[in-house]
Design a protein around this ligand. Structure first.
Ligand code: NDP
Length: 249
């Protein structure tokens, strides 16, 4: 029970990495609030987590709604020891085919909303709280077609380090998990059949020395380390979970 008596809030806790992290946190004894937009997957997440979480339907790009949801969670569960700003969207399009709207949606969801998620959490953070941002290996890769997404995640990497310095006087730690290709619904638009998904898994897995994509639980376990007192003097770092992809020659 590494998170006994801790309160956690996870954005995008109704799917993929956020849901896997909610499961790990609940199993480690935390009281957990999850946010998401989709009421069906939120309800399904609550059920699969054993009914023991607080669901909050909110679009994280709506700053006022996010503030309200965080205040509600703090009122119902208590102030937060852990904030996982995880909600995000994928999307690869060549620059010549990317509209201003597509670009702005990616930046607004993956970057602006993360900044304001942390801001919304600030009044409700306990002494010693752990803030975890979800980055991506795309921050350091040079993958054709991913420049808008990569820009959003590169900025998360910078923000982690700067927020860590800024919030340290309040004894708040800020760190990042950095997933490589991970099997979650984020890939569904790019692989709509089982065959296409197998091909994608083989291609992405083949980019790493360990030869496979990550499971969402493997990212959740990195988040658990950063959330728990095991990392009590760890701040401004990222834990990369990518099978060695980003350091392979
Ligand atoms: P999923 O698509 O499974 O989950 C994304 C989550 O974000 C969903 O819960 C979704 O909720 C939520 N979300 C998206 N936009 C909004 C919004 N505007 N407001 C509220 N919630 C929103 O994907 P993953 O679990 O893979 O993604 C989680 C994070 O991990 C993302 O930040 C992603 O960039 C990052 N990541 C993922 C990788 C991968 O290979 N899977 C690799 C590197 C990074 P809803 O469905 O209700 O909208």
């Amino acid at each position: 029970m590494r998170l006994k008596n801790k309160v956690a809030i996870i954005t995008g806790g109704n799917s993929g990495i956020g849901l896997a992290t909610a499961r790990v946190f609940v199993n480690e004894g935390a009281k957990v609030a999850i946010t998401g937009r989709n009421p069906k997957t939120l309800a399904a997440a609550v059920e699969t987590l054993g009914g023991n979480v607080l669901p909050l339907q909110v679009d994280v790009t709506d700053v006022a709604a996010t503030e309200k949801a965080f205040a509600e969670a703090a009122e119902k569960l208590g102030n937060f020891d852990i904030v996982f700003a995880n909600a995000g969207i994928g999307g690869a399009t060549p620059i010549g085919q990317t509209s201003l709207e597509q670009f702005e949606t990616i930046i607004r969801t993956n970057l602006t909303a993360v900044f304001f998620t942390v801001q919304a959490a600030l009044p409700h953070l306990n002494d010693g709280a752990s803030v975890i941002l979800n980055g991506s290996v795309h921050a350091v890769l040079g993958s054709a077609g991913w420049s808008a997404y990569a820009a959003s995640k590169g900025a998360i990497r910078s923000m982690t380090r700067n927020l860590a310095s800024e919030l340290a006087p309040r004894n708040i730690r800020v760190n990042q998990v950095t997933p490589g290709g991970t099997k979650t619904p984020i890939w569904a638009p790019m692989a709509q059949t089982e065959d296409a998904m197998s091909q994608l898994e083989a291609r992405l897995g083949g980019m790493s020395p360990l030869g496979r994509m990550s499971e969402a639980e493997e990212i959740a376990k990195a988040a658990l380390y950063l959330a728990s007192d095991d990392s009590s003097n760890v701040s401004a770092i990222e834990i990369t979970v990518d099978g060695g992809m980003t350091s392979a020659p």
